[in-house]
Design a protein around this ligand. Structure first.
Ligand SMILES: C[S@@+](CC[C@H](N)C(=O)[O-])C[C@H]1O[C@@H](n2cnc3c(N)ncnc32)[C@H](O)[C@@H]1O
Length: 210
């Protein structure tokens, strides 16, 4: 069962989406484009999305290509939105409400594991080990990290509920992350950076088995 003290449980979906897509933030749009491009290149038969929130980018998933989409988040309300938006078009959608810190990953082997802005809220090393164990031999992890910099970790907007994340958010520098990637038996095969409207940067990392 999800940990009741996780501040993500106290952030309404409407606040989350309005904050992430605000013009000055632009994270929803940037993450949507990254997912579209990764998914389009990889064309996975079995896809796992960790920290899927309300399903940003799921409109790019082609059910003729992807038979199984496992979507994980700790917030059950976000997952209701994912179900309402995509269950009809994505016949292989499996929604899983769980705390990735305690409950592990859903069963299965996956060709793509997409993890965008989730390592900031969990200990990355055990999560990477779990992902590696369920990644298909030729599979790819597509990860997005918020690069540490001079900006506030949580961009200021009028949506005050998002500030609850400040005490629990820990940015991981890509170099530190890549050491953990190596320990998990994975290697980085692509590293790109994306600049957001407010100057924040996202690192997009593609990982494969060594
Ligand atoms: C910044 S949002 C992710 C953005 C999304 N991946 C995208 O591409 O638009 C982080 C998500 O991770 C979820 N999350 C945070 N901690 C979690 C945990 N311990 N287990 C499962 N989900 C978690 C939050 O509820 C939230 O939906």
């Amino acid at each position: 069962m999800p940990n009741q003290h996780n501040p993500w449980l106290d952030i309404p979906a409407a606040d989350y989406e309005a904050h992430m897509s605000a013009d000055a933030v632009g994270q929803q749009q940037a993450l949507n484009g990254i997912f579209r491009d990764c998914y389009g290149r990889l064309q996975p038969k079995r896809l796992l999305v960790l920290g899927c929130a309300t399903g940003n980018g799921f409109e790019h998933i082609d059910p003729r290509v992807t038979a199984h989409v496992a979507a994980v988040d700790i917030n059950p309300h976000y997952l209701v939105d994912v179900t309402m938006r995509f269950a009809r078009t994505l016949s292989g959608l499996e929604i899983s409400c769980r705390d990735l810190a305690d409950d592990g990953l859903p069963d299965g082997v996956f060709d793509q594991v997409h993890c965008a802005l989730i390592f900031e809220y969990l200990d990355p090393a055990p999560l990477l080990a779990g992902i590696a164990a369920q990644l298909a031999p030729a599979g790819t992890v597509t990860a997005v990290l918020q690069v540490p910099g001079d900006h506030a970790n949580v961009s200021p907007t009028e949506y005050a509920s998002l500030r609850r994340l400040e005490p629990v958010m820990r940015l991981v520098a890509p170099a530190e992350f890549l050491e953990m990637v190596h320990t998990a038996g994975l290697r980085c095969v692509k590293h790109a950076e994306h600049e957001l409207p407010n100057g924040k940067r996202f690192a997009e990392l593609w990982l494969e088995h060594v």
